[in-house]
Design a protein around this ligand. Structure first.
Ligand code: NAI
Length: 329
């Protein structure tokens, strides 16, 4: 019995993500919200023979109803990148969109778990946190930036150079943030030993960090990753939903480190000293973040430690940009 709202449901990510949520048998109510085209998307998806009730909500007047009595809000609303753009270039438009959507959630479902896909995640998640604080309903355990696509890419890209590895079961922890060099795959801690030389580690890390550019370039002006992102978003949502029903599930995701201050200590020692937000492997539970999963002692390589330092510098700016956007509004 889980009620889910997808905000931005008529978009490139929103449509396939909504379809995948309809296929999730634990979802009983699926509210689809957008400012355009959503009645058609909802009518179409509602014919899929699973038990979830699909409803359409169009435009700001229907937003409050779309986010009332929900357990989980997934937000892929906003503009995507075009060639030559960084995720930070999207800030101007997407910051305001995420702010208004989270304000509505804070008012109508203050206990909902919120999963943010809209870029730049490194800034939109801090925006959401500030909005929830202002509304007096902030629980850092219930707010997530979806970085699953980086994890998915890591598993798949390893297979491109190690065809003996099964990317469906391989797990590579990815920490830091979700853009360029803030994305730090910890290849040394993959669930299967990868046995890669230094050059291969460097190349693979770079490909995971900038994998999104491959899609932006190939789509040639028509947007960024949508189908692989919908898969990744649905995988993250399924993990949250399974955790809500009592399972213990681990997913790397971008969180407010105060959600588990004790668990965050180790992450801070790795070079994320004063950062408020960081992507870490998180054990999910009934209340969202159960705990930050400790990284194996001594496991991290010098290369990874350096990459975390670089990520931390960029992340500090991204986080401040998000916080200041709400504070100066
Ligand atoms: P899109 O343009 O195809 O779809 C966005 C949808 O959001 C549209 O249907 C639009 O009408 C809707 N929208 C715009 N303003 C809205 C508002 N105020 N309320 C509700 N809906 C609104 O874009 P696409 O490709 O689906 O990407 C969406 C976002 O996801 C972008 O910001 C993109 O950068 C981000 N993204 C994030 C990834 C991640 O790993 N976290 C990966 C890929 C994309």
């Amino acid at each position: 019995m889980v009620s889910v709202a997808v905000l931005g449901a008529a978009g490139g990510i929103g449509q396939p993500l909504s379809l995948l949520m309809k296929l999730n048998t634990k979802v009983t109510k699926l509210n689809l919200y957008d400012i355009v085209n959503v009645p058609g998307v909802a009518a179409d998806i509602s014919h899929v023979a699973t038990n979830a009730e699909v409803k359409s909500y169009l435009g700001p007047k229907e937003l409050a109803d779309a986010v009332s009595n929900i357990d989980l809000a997934i937000i892929p609303a906003g503009v995507p990148r075009k060639p030559g753009m960084t995720r930070d270039d999207l800030f101007k438009i997407n910051a305001g969109i995420v702010k208004s959507l989270v304000e509505a959630i804070a008012e109508n479902s203050p206990r909902a778990i919120i999963a943010i896909i809209s870029n730049p995640v490194n800034s939109t998640v801090p925006i959401a946190a500030e909005v929830l604080k202002n509304a007096g309903v902030y629980d850092p355990k219930r707010l997530f930036g979806v970085t699953t696509l980086d994890v998915v890419r890591a598993s798949r890209f390893v297979r491109d150079i190690r065809s003996d590895i099964d990317s469906t079961t391989l797990r590579v922890p990815v920490v830091g943030g979700h853009s360029g060099n803030t994305i730090v795959p910890l290849l040394s801690m993959a669930s299967t030993s990868l046995d890669l030389n230094d050059k291969a580690v460097e190349d693979l890390t770079n490909r995971i960090q900038f994998g999104g550019d491959e899609v932006v370039k190939a789509k040639d002006g028509a947007g960024s990753a949508t189908l692989s992102m919908a898969y990744a978003g649905a995988r993250f949502a399924d993990s949250v939903i399974r955790a809500l029903s009592g399972e213990s599930v681990v997913e790397p995701t971008f969180i407010d480190l105060t959600a588990d201050a004790e668990g965050a200590k180790q992450i801070r020692e790795l070079g994320a000293a004063d950062l408020a937000f960081f992507a870490v492997p998180v054990e999910l539970g009934k209340n969202g973040v159960e705990r930050i999963v400790p990284l194996p002692a001594g496991g991290i390589t010098e290369f990874e430690r350096e990459a975390i330092k670089v990520a931390a510098g960029a992340l500090a700016t991204n986080i401040a940009t998000g916080v200041n956007f709400v504070k100066s509004a």
